[in-house]
Design a protein around this ligand. Structure first.
Ligand code: UDP
Length: 315
């Protein structure tokens, strides 16, 4: 298929673009490189360096079979500080993309949604039918995009799939996490053995969990990419489907740090610190729907994620 990957210069977008190329697809990346990196775009993909608003219609006028939409602002804290930026960049630019798809009759799209659409869960594991009550503008803007996509599917016959990611980690060879502002736990822990920081903070040790730290559902970026390829084939005209992507179980912050110590062979210093505002105690996905419908199952455990992230970070 001829595919447009928005945000293909970013962490997840670059891994998916690489896997699509390896599967024989033709890939055009549309990315303004505001947070992504030009050198992360896989060889073999064509890069158009522009915003979706400026270029989506022009690019799609070339005739495409589908879109994988990753381009977004994704920092929760920043979204609380600058809500307008998140509504404008996330919802506004997505709307420009969907409308360009309508005009140029692009039949399918896989959208990068998020667990943040659910907010504080009532129960775990979280199912796709559970209430969506995002607790920040980032999650709210992603939920609005899911809703917009459902309307575009209903009205214009587009086949859409929203994949709601939980905690993505790991790397795929030379494609990995390189955020200027790094908030995620695994790359931050690995900065200690890299000599880039003295210690890592554990945000909250008084949560109602076995060891007092938050539990998250980590998924390897390569398993995530596999789900995108399956979702692309599953897009059915006029329908919008939502699938959670997680493993059904989770690891605590202390467990993550322990695995990082084992993999790196470094006695990583961890400082018990206050809670980070807005962090729910436990976020775990039910992936029953995507397993049943698309036959997807995660194959790589936390050790594999940390091993690959470490190989990438220390390369
Ligand atoms: N966390 C931590 N120290 C850090 C970064 C994160 O203790 O330096 C915790 C955070 O409070 C959360 C978990 O690790 O409980 C996962 O956070 P991350 O930012 O990686 O992902 P999120 O679940 O917020 O999307």
């Amino acid at each position: 298929m001829k595919l447009l990957v928005t945000g293909g210069a970013g962490y997840i977008g670059s891994v998916v673009a690489a896997r699509l190329l390896e599967s024989g697809h033709e890939v055009v990346v549309l990315d303004d490189c505001s947070t992504g990196h030009e050198d992360a775009v896989p060889t073999g993909a064509t890069l158009v360096r522009a915003t979706l608003r400026a270029a989506a219609s022009d690019v799609l006028s070339g005739g495409f079979d589908g879109v994988l939409h990753f381009a977004a602002k994704s920092l929760v804290g920043e979204s609380v500080e600058k809500p307008g930026l998140y509504w404008d960049k996330n919802l506004g630019e997505s709307l420009a993309l969907f409308d360009a798809m309508r005009v140029h009759r692009v039949p399918r799209i896989v959208f990068s949604s998020t667990a943040a659409t659910y907010g504080e869960p009532e129960r775990t594991p979280i199912a796709e039918t559970d209430p969506t009550r995002p607790t920040n503008p980032y999650g709210a803007s992603k939920l609005a995009i899911d809703t917009t996509l459902a309307e575009y599917a209903r009205m214009y016959g587009i086949g859409g799939v929203s994949l709601r990611y939980f905690n993505v980690a790991g790397a795929y060879g030379t494609y990995g996490e390189r955020h200027t502002v790094e908030t995620h736990i695994i790359p931050n822990v690995l900065k200690v053995p890299l000599g880039e920081r003295e210690s890592v903070s554990i945000f909250g040790t008084d949560y109602p969990t076995e060891d007092g730290t938050c539990i998250r559902d980590y998924i390897h970026v390569v398993d995530l990419a596999a789900a995108h390829l399956l979702a692309l084939d599953a897009c059915a005209p006029g329908t919008h489907e939502i699938f959670n992507l997680g493993s059904g179980s989770g690891y605590s912050v202390r467990e993550v740090i322990d695995v990082c110590r084992e993999v790196t062979g470094h006695g990583i210093d961890a400082v018990e610190s206050p809670r980070r505002p807005g962090d729910p105690a436990v976020l775990v996905a039910s992936s029953a729907k995507i397993t049943e419908r698309l036959g997807w199952k995660p194959e790589r455990d936390l050790r594999a994620m940390v091993t690959d992230a470490w190989a990438f970070a220390s390369r």
